[in-house]
Structures are given as structure tokens and as C-alpha cells.
Design a protein around this ligand. Structure first.
Ligand code: GDP
Ligand code: MG
Length: 317
């Protein structure tokens, strides 16, 4: 059996909790003295989990830490997905504000913004979500976002139909900078962007002379049949199953009756439990509970016991 940097767990799953910036620790092998140095096969980690749980972000974070910042050429590729993220979320935010301001004046934007909002709606009506946003529209987005009524509506109305993600609010905050002429996404911008992963991506990096291959796959239902393909060569060291801990209150896109956390749990059980495991059952599965930072924010305003999985838990402090 090949030596790996990960210690094989006795249980089918280990539990790691992480959020932005979380990194896995490694342990070196102990009996290296008597072994001839031979090029060890890389540690191959396959990232699985529901869509939006943060798999691609984890890859980007690890690359940033272990391969240095991204070159300009690679960052430029994210221009279009960033525009797409802003425009898609802006449309949702506009719909949300227009719906809720009718019943409650505290969710209305200032009257002085009316002309601007009309311009925004016209721009969105063109339907193209991948166009570059010019400086003029960028300024309007920034003004609209800075309006207190808009922010109140965004943050205090909890309706999964109008979900505004934390990355969207990040981009709204930076709309002015992002829509400047000649803007190039920063590494932080790249880490925030939502880009629906389709297909299979492999990234290689080194930590203390040890080579790692990270395999990133799409998490959406339509992508899940590809999951088993990456086990075909028998060279997978471990599965990193990523689930967002923060989604304990929100209905998931595919089924509003279960929370995103339950959806992730069901998927994990179906895919990784030893009885049902469809790949080699000796491959360790590590459960990585991600979005811990958002979880910490959410527990302040949402009741964790609303999620059946967390009944019996209490928030302290
Ligand atoms: N605040 C916060 N956002 C995260 C975290 N992990 C991922 N995200 C955001 O969640 C969104 C979806 O992440 P992505 O990596 O594309 O999910 P994937 O579908 O599993 O690959 C992106 O906008 C990320 O910036 C986290 O730990 N904290
Ligand atoms: Mg992805």
C-alpha cells in the first residue's frame, strides 16, 4: 500500500470543521528511516458534496496558500463569472425589494434613487448576464446597495426564494471598484465568485515536498453521476466531503422542505456510508463542515433547532 500523508481513520468518516482560510493538517509517516526514497505517488483528494458547499473555494484557498497568489492571466478568466454573479444577484435583490417595500416602508429605497433604479431595471431587462458592467451602471449598483432600506430588506427578510449569497453582498460592496475601466479581479474576488463547476478539474500543489492532487467536481444533481468516474484508476487517497454548516435554516434549491444541511447529510449518508459506498470502501471519507464564518453569523438570528438534525443542540454565548 502506498504511503500517504493522511492517517487512515478507523471510522468511515473523520470530521473537520472549517471556514474561509481553514486548512487541513498533515502527519508525516513515522518509519521513513529504512525506506529507500522513491517518488511517492501524490496524495489524491477528491472533493465531493452538494453544489455551493464551497468545494471550488477550498481549492482556490489551498492554491493561494500553497502556490502563491494567482497570476493576472488566470484572474482575468473570472471577469465574466463576477459580472454574472453581480447581475444575477442584483435581479434577485431588486425583485425582493420591490416585493417587500409594498407592505413595509422600511424596506423601500430613497425616492431620489427612482430614476437610477429604472435604469438598472432596463439594463437587467436586456437579459444578458455575462456582459461587462460599465462604470455608470456600476455607480448605480453601488448607490442602490448603500441605501439603508435595501440593506434592511436584504438582510432581515429570510425567504429562500430571494436568496442573496454572502458573495453577492461582497460584490455589491465592491461594485464601484469592480466596474472601473481596466479592472482585474483580485485573488480575494476570485475566491468569492460563484462558478458552477461542471466536469472534472484537477489542481496540483506541493506542501513540504509532498505532492497533492485535488479533484474538484460539480455538485449539482446533474453532475453527480460523474463522481464515480474519478475512482476508476484506484489512485484516490481520500474523499473530502464538503458540506456547508451554515445552511441549517434555509430550504435548499432542490427541495424547500429540507434544509441545505439535511440535504448535505442525506447525500453524505447515501454516498459515503460503508453499506452504501459505491466506491472502494477502504477509501477514507473526511467530512469537512464548511462556511463556519456564516454559521457563526446565522446562529445569532436563526434558531438552530429549526433544523431537525440539530435538535438537542444549544447555542452558548
Ligand atoms: N463566507 C464564506 N463563503 C464561502 C465559504 N466557502 C465558500 N463560500 C462561498 O460560497 C459560494 C459557493 O462556493 P463554491 O466553492 O463555488 O461551491 P461549490 O459548488 O461546492 O464548488 C462562493 O461564492 C464562495 O465564495 C466559506 O467558508 N465562507
Ligand atoms: Mg464548484
Amino acid at each position: 500500500e502506498s504511503e500517504t500523508a493522511l492517517t487512515k481513520p478507523k471510522l468511515p468518516a473523520q470530521l473537520w470543521i472549517g471556514g474561509m482560510g481553514a486548512v487541513c493538517t498533515t502527519e508525516g509517516a513515522e518509519d521513513e528511516k529504512d525506506v529507500e526514497p522513491a517518488p511517492a505517488p501524490p496524495t489524491k483528494l477528491v472533493l465531493l458534496g452538494p453544489g455551493q458547499s464551497g468545494k471550488s473555494t477550498l481549492v482556490k484557498q489551498l492554491l493561494r496558500i500553497h502556490r502563491g497568489g494567482m497570476e493576472i492571466k488566470r484572474r482575468r478568466v473570472y471577469l465574466e463569472p463576477i459580472n454574472n454573479d453581480i447581475l444575477t444577484s442584483l435581479e434577485i435583490l431588486l425583485d425582493k425589494v420591490n416585493k417587500y417595500k409594498k407592505d413595509d416602508a422600511k424596506f423601500a429605497y430613497s425616492e431620489t434613487l427612482e430614476g437610477d433604479v429604472e435604469k438598472l431595471s432596463e439594463f437587467l431587462d436586456t437579459g444578458d448576464r455575462h456582459v461587462a458592467i460599465d462604470e455608470d451602471i456600476g455607480n448605480i449598483i453601488q448607490k442602490f446597495w448603500n441605501d439603508p432600506g435595501v440593506q434592511r430588506c436584504c438582510y432581515s427578510v429570510n425567504n429562500p426564494e430571494f436568496e442573496i449569497t454572502p458573495s453577492a453582498t461582497y460584490f455589491f460592496e465592491h461594485a464601484y471598484r469592480i466596474c472601473r475601466k481596466g479592472y482585474i479581479p483580485s485573488t480575494d474576488d476570485v475566491i468569492r465568485v460563484r462558478w458552477r463547476t461542471t466536469g472534472i478539474y484537477e489542481e496540483v500543489f506541493e506542501v513540504k515536498g509532498e505532492r497533492y492532487v485535488l479533484v474538484d467536481l460539480g455538485g449539482q444533481k446533474s453532475e453527480r453521476r460523474k463522481w464515480l468516474k474519478c475512482f476508476a484508476n484506484g489512485d484516490v487517497t481520500a474523499v473530502l466531503f464538503v458540506a456547508a454548516l451554515s445552511g441549517f435554516a434555509m430550504g435548499c434549491k432542490e427541495n424547500y422542505n429540507v434544509t441545505q444541511l439535511e440535504e448535505a447529510f442525506n447525500l453524505f449518508e447515501n454516498f459515503a456510508s460503508p453499506e452504501k459506498q459505491e466506491f472502494d470502501s477502504k477509501i477514507p471519507v473526511i467530512l469537512f463542515l464548511n462556511k463556519f464564518d456564516i454559521f457563526c453569523e446565522n446562529v445569532k438570528t436563526q434558531n438552530i433547532t429549526d433544523c431537525p438534525l440539530l435538535k438537542g443542540f444549544k447555542v452558548r454565548g
